[in-house]
Ligand binder design. Sequence first.
Ligand SMILES: *Cc1c(COP(=O)(O)O)cnc(C)c1O
Length: 308
Amino acid sequence: MSDADTPDFSRTPLTEISDDVLLAHDIRLQVLRLDLADPALGGNKWFKLQRNLALAKTQGADTLLSFGGAYSNHLYALAEAGFRYGFRTIGVIRGELSEPLNPTLRYVQSRGMQLIPVSRSDYRRRDEPGFADELLGGRRKGVMVIPEGGANLPGVQGCHVLAHLLAERVADPDGVEVCLACGTGTTMAGLLAGLQHTRCFVRGYSVLKGGDFLREEITGWLQLQGADISPQRWAIETDYHFGGYARRPPQLSEFIRQFEAQHDIPLEPVYTGKLMAAVYQRICADLYPPGSRLVVMHTGGLQARPAD
Ligand SMILES: *Cc1c(COP(=O)(O)O)cnc(C)c1O
C-alpha cells in the first residue's frame, strides 16, 4: 500500500466542546474526530478493513466481496479502499437497486464496485459459507469475502489502534468514559482489547433495537483474543435506538440540528447523532456525577447524511 493515499489518523483532533448543558452538569466532554482523517476513509471503517486488505494481499486475493444496505458506510469505505489499493470490489446489496441510484451507490460504482442486489430474504443468508459462491456462480477464485460491517477478527484487531489514538490524546485517562455507537460491536471489541491495561470505561450505544446481542458478541471477540472481559470495564446501552436502525424521529433530527448549530461538528442520524443525543440524555438525567469526563468517538458515516 502506498503511504500517500493512506488515511492519516495520527492528527485526528480530540476537541473539547462546551455548552449550557455541559456547564450546568459540570461535565467535560471531548470528541475524537476520526471523521476528519480522510474525506472517504475517515471514521471507523478503515480500521476494520486495514488488516483484511493486508490479509487479502498475502492470500493473493484480487477481489473483495462484502455485504451492506443501500446506504452502507462499510461498502462505501470498501469501494474506496479497493480503488486506492488495487482490489476489485463486489458489494452485495440488501434489496433492489432503484434507479436513479442513491449517492452512496453512485459513489461506490464510481470506485469500480460491482453491485449484486439480493432480496431481503436471501440477504439473511449472508453469513452462510456457500452463499458467496452461489452468487458468483463458481467464479470464486481470487475473491476474499469480508462479513457485513467488517465484523471479523482482522476487523476487530484493526480497531486496537483506536486505543492508542486515545491514549496519545487523553491526558489523564483514569476514570474517563469513552462513548461510541455500536452496530456490530466490532469497533468496540477492538477498542476494549486495546484499552485493557488502562482504567478507561467504555460505553457502547446500540443503534439497533434489540441490541442485547452486542454483549455476547463483544464478549466473544474479547475471549478470542484472550482479553479481559470483566464488566467493570464496559457496558452496552440498549435503550437509545430511537425506534430502531436508521429510524429518525423528529426529536432526534431536532437534537442534531441544535447540536450542529452550537458546535462546529457535523453528525448523521444513524450512528453519531443517536450517540450524541443519548449521551446528552444521560447527562440531563444526572447519570454522571459532576466532574465526569467523557470522550465521544466520532466514527464518521457522514457520506450517508441526509440532505435536510
Ligand atoms: C459502522 C459504524 C458504526 C458501528 O461500528 P461497529 O463496529 O459495527 O459497531 C459506528 N459509527 C459509524 C459512523 C459507522 O459507520
